[in-house]
Structures are given as structure tokens and as C-alpha cells.
Design a binder for this molecule. Structure first.
Ligand code: AMP
Length: 128
């Protein structure tokens, strides 16, 4: 079944579009976390062009809205907060003190645990 974002791509449902090219579409999030919350999605899978579009839209947001910062977030899986099963990137302009979102509470970990995970990641990358 087509995702809600595929329906936006096909024009079946409306969206407030920011930018569109042959492979990517940027549009305003319907329930924005902050003013300017923008979604960038691939129409298909074209990772390189997609990444370039995220950067271009981020630069445009910075120029137009002049935020103090921008969160670029990509949720993967329900446990990570993803609700629409179509890869997408959130560009969320931030203003000092806006309290719009706090991504995580700083945790604590033993150095030995960090070293173990780093070694496992290193091995996985070496084998990839
Ligand atoms: P996620 O929860 O990371 O999957 O993000 C999905 C995002 O899509 C949410 O921030 C929604 O507000 C947004 N969204 C869902 N439907 C629409 C729509 N029709 N137009 C624009 N944004 C949408």
C-alpha cells in the first residue's frame, strides 16, 4: 500500500511544497515541531541526490528564517519514533530557548563498555 508520503509525491493528497526535483521532494510538516519544520523525502531511492537536497534545504532555512540552529533528524523504526514508513529527514529550525524538543537525556556509561562497543563497531566496519 502506498504510504501517505507516496500519495503526496503522486499528488493524490496535498502538501505545502518547498522544493521538488526529479528525485526528491521537500514539504512543510503538517504538525511542525517548530516554525519551519520541513520534511525532505526521496521520490524513489537516490541517496546521493537526496543528501544534497537536505543540505540545500537546510541552507535555505538558515537564510530565510535565520534560526540559531537546525536539527536534522531521521527516525528509523517505531522504537526510534518513526510513524510514516517512507524514509524521510526532518529539518527542524531551532531558536535559543525554544524548548521544542530535547533529543535525549545524557546518560552514563563505564569506559570499559564504551571501549567494548567501539571495538565491536570497528570490527563490523572492517568486515563490511
Ligand atoms: P515520523 O514520525 O518521523 O515518521 O515523521 C512523520 C512526520 O510526517 C510527522 O512529523 C508528521 O507531522 C508528518 N506528516 C504526516 N502526514 C503529513 C502530511 N499529510 N503532510 C505533511 N506532513 C505530514
Amino acid at each position: 500500500m502506498a504510504s501517505i508520503f507516496s500519495k503526496i509525491v503522486s499528488g493524490e493528497i496535498p502538501a505545502i511544497k518547498v522544493y521538488e526535483d526529479a528525485t526528491t521532494l521537500a514539504f512543510m510538516d503538517i504538525n511542525p515541531a517548530t516554525r519551519g519544520h520541513t520534511l525532505v523525502i526521496p521520490k524513489d531511492e537516490h541517496a546521493d541526490l537526496f543528501a544534497i537536497t537536505v543540505q540545500r534545504v537546510a541552507l535555505a532555512l538558515r537564510a530565510v528564517l535565520q534560526p540559531d540552529g537546525i536539527n536534522i533528524i531521521q527516525n528509523n523504526g517505531a522504537a526510534a519514533g518513526q510513524t510514516v514508513d517512507h524514509m524521510h529527514v526532518h529539518l527542524i529550525p531551532r531558536w535559543a530557548g525554544d524548548q521544542a524538543l530535547r533529543l535525549w537525556q545524557p546518560g552514563q556509561a563505564a569506559a570499559a563498555e564504551l571501549r567494548t562497543i567501539a571495538e565491536q563497531l570497528g570490527a563490523a566496519l572492517a568486515g563490511a
